[in-house]
Structures are given as C-alpha cells and as structure tokens.
Design a protein around this ligand. Sequence first.
Ligand SMILES: [Zn+2]
Length: 324
Amino acid sequence: MRTAPSPIPPIAWAGLFLGAGIVSGLVGLLAGLWGALGSLVLAALAVAILAWRSAAHWRARRTILATPFPEAWRAVLREWCDHYNRLPEALRVRFEKDLRIFLAEKLISGVGVEVVDELRVLVAASAVTLSLGWPEYDWEQLNEVLLYPDDFDRDYEFGADDLSGQAHPWGTVILSVPALCQSFRDPDDAYHVGFHEFAHLLDLEQTRFDGIPRGFDDAAARRWVEVREREIPQMLRGESLLDEYGAHDPVEFLGVAVEAFFETALAMRRNHGELYELLAKYFQQDPAAWDDARGLTLERPSRPRPPRPKGRTGRSRPRSRLSA
Ligand SMILES: [Zn+2]
C-alpha cells in the first residue's frame, strides 16, 4: 500500500520536463539541427524556471523555521490539542514544524470572525494532525480556510445548526468557530469538525470526492471498501463507535472514520481493528500506541481536559456535512 497522498515535488516536475525536452530534441533532430536546438533550449528554460521556484520555496521554508517556535502557540497546543500532547517528543517537534509551515503558506480568513492566533493554531493543528506522518506534505489541494462565527445552512446563513463545516472540491474549507472549539474541547467523543473537513480533502481526485483515501493502491482501496461495507450495518444499528452519519455516503464514511481514529484510538483499535490498521498505515501514525504509552486505558480514561472555551456551551453534537 502506498502510504501517503504524495504531490509531485517540483524537482520531479523538472525531471519530467528535462525528459520531455530530450525526447523532443531527438524528435527535432529528425527534423533538423535547428529544430533540435530549439526544443532543447525550451526544455532547459523550463527546467531553470522550475529549479529556481523550487529553491525559492525551500529557502522560504528555511526562513520560516529559522526562529524558535512561538511559546504562545505552544501554550495553545498544550491546552487544547490532545493529539499534540499524546505524541512522542520527536513527533511533537515535527508537529510544530509542520504547523508553522501550514500557517505561513495557507490562507485563513474570517467571515465575521476575527482570526486571532489561537484560532489559526487550531485550524493548522486540525490539518497537521492528519498529515503528521507524511514528511513535506503541503496540502496543495487546499486553497483557503474560511472561519464562520456560527453554524450555517445551505444558503450560508448563520445561526442554523445544519452545517458546522464544509469542504469544497475546489479547495475551500469552511469551519464554524464554535464547532471547531467544541471539537478540541472534547478530545474523545469521535467528533472533530476540523479532522472531518480536512479528511475530505484527502480523497479529492481531480475535482470530486470518492470516499477512498488518495494514495491507496488498488489492493488497499479494495480492502477499504470491504471493511466499509462490513462497518456500515453496525453503524446503522447504532452499535458502532463510528457516527451513523457516515453510513449513508462513502465520502462521509471516510470523514467519520478519521474523526474516530484520532479521537477514540484505543476503542477503535479494539472494536474496529481492521479499520484502525488501515488508517494507521495510511496516516503512518499509531495514536492508540501513544495512548498506551501515556497510561490511558479504555477502562480508565484519564486524559486531561482542556479548559472550556468562552461562548456557547452544552450544544448538541454538531453535524458536519459535505456540500451537495
Ligand atoms: Zn463530511
């Protein structure tokens, strides 16, 4: 099984262009010396531009990481982000690095919301939780995150509790701020609007979602479908850790499974072992093992709870849906 959706790095694009240039040069050779030279010059130009862009990209990242990780951001992660707190030290360092790169490279905008640093960190932590096991993964399919002040309906009117998040095939993710805070506040209820919406972007093929994580090879995709078909009847009977919301649509199954994998890792490993194993290989992460290491058990859940955020409390479990 391929383990990660891997965008083609710029250097690979450069190699492709170089190869294309050589081929076109050979073809041009058949048409004459000037044809071959023209093709090679064009190919060399393309390679130079790509190499320059690639170097600029890595220089920018080095600059981003040149200063110490902001202590205020670390405090937010410690207070709010259970996944960060469960990680071994080396992965926690990588989490911080990935989070900084995400925040430097991705656009997060508020719609009637002031996008304070704490919110930016929670958005980035949602995405980085999923991509932590994939070095250099850069969420290329994400164009913008929009933060809404409340849940919303299908006409994007605030106040309805119809939607708490949305992922669009063109790369826009919408998150309701109260739902995002609720997601981090309760780290083991298998609900997390951030994980859910970013998980949708992981099965984005061209401009559509298909419910199978990008990067699965044929065998893994077949196994994913078999496991899904076995899980769905339990979900419909309400006998699953996975929210029944994911039983009606393969795309939503993936989102719901990812939420449960990160939020209820020990129970997922025990009750949905095959699904847990598939997701652990896919994400290259083993959250249940990390929960073991910090002494958590299913019988004695003892993870520290973060402080309750200001604002709405006691709201019912919000739903997160994909736009039609
Ligand atoms: Zn969804």
